[in-house]
Design a protein around this ligand. Structure first.
Ligand SMILES: [Zn+2]
Length: 287
């Protein structure tokens, strides 16, 4: 799955290449790509023709275009979804699913998705705390990199939960955009075991782990953003550019960068949690 910094790279690319342009046509080449748009492919295409793109936005890993008629074009990248900006007439990609042409005759926007787990859909824009968001994702919380993210409010909400801290970090209605990688890295930085009960976190610990999540995302974005090619908007689900700077995630058996103790791996929700046994001791006693 693409992580938040990769989705932000795509958003910035769409902002640069698509905002302010009028869609001439939307051509759906595979119906599965618009399966979340319940009225169907013809309705999807009909409602987009002649509409201006006002902005490219993101909340957590959800990406959308604000359209001038009050709709949003919401993109789910899934496992392998890509947004590409290509000159008209460039050969079709093998897994091209939807093509957008523009009234200015300039570069096309193409949704390419090999595994077709991703897709596009139209939604109505609604107000969420002063920001327009698609109604279908209005329940998604702000992410830690959002300028309007309120760390103190999020920390209080985290401590009000009755669960393990990592499960709370992955809950998109509490804080969005934190995937398995960022959760493990933030917990390592805050020296918290993933199973720590949220109700026993101090206010300082809750702020520390959320602040760490924001920091590690910002660092990954700074690293990944530099590889962005201005004429090629692309996300491919690979997160290779994080690997060099990871302290916990995927580091099982390697020495902790802080204390040298080998990083451990625990099973967690059909995946894994990586942590330092010394810096992040297991919580004691029953919850
Ligand atoms: Zn350690």
């Amino acid at each position: 799955m693409p992580e938040l910094p990769e989705v932000e790279v795509v958003r910035a690319g769409l902002e640069a290449h698509v905002t302010g342009r009028i869609i001439a046509s939307a051509e759906v080449l595979h119906p599965r790509a618009v399966r979340r748009h319940v009225p169907g492919a013809a309705d999807f295409a009909g409602r987009l023709a002649g509409v201006k793109v006002e902005a490219a936005r993101r909340r957590g890993k959800y990406l959308w275009l604000d359209l001038a008629d009050g709709q949003a074009l919401l993109a789910h990248l899934g496992m392998s979804g890509q947004m590409r900006v290509q000159p008209p007439g460039a050969p079709d990609e093998k897994h091209l699913r939807v093509r957008f042409t523009f009234a200015d005759g300039g570069p096309e926007l193409r949704f390419v998705d090999q595994r077709t787990f991703g897709g596009l859909a139209l939604a109505d824009l609604v107000d969420s705390g002063g920001t327009p968001v698609p109604d279908t994702i209005a329940h998604i919380a702000r992410d830690p990199m959002d300028p309007a993210f309120d760390l103190a409010v999020a920390a209080r909400a985290l401590r009000a939960r009755r669960t393990e801290v990592k499960r709370a970090l992955l809950d998109q209605t509490l804080v969005s955009g934190v995937g398995n990688i960022y959760a493990d890295e933030a917990l390592w930085r805050a020296r918290l075991h993933w199973a720590r009960p949220t109700e026993r976190l101090t206010a300082a610990q809750a702020r520390a782990v959320l602040g760490a999540a924001a920091d590690v995302m910002a660092e990954a974005l700074a690293a990944g953003g530099t590889s962005f090619d201005a004429l090629y908007v692309n996300v491919n689900g690979q997160s290779g550019y994080f690997d060099r700077s990871l302290n916990a995630y995927g580091q099982a058996g390697r020495p902790c960068d802080r204390c040298g103790t080998p990083i451990r791996r625990d099973p967690f929700m059909n995946r894994s949690s990586f942590s330092c046994p010394r810096c992040q001791p297991r919580p004691r006693g029953p919850r």
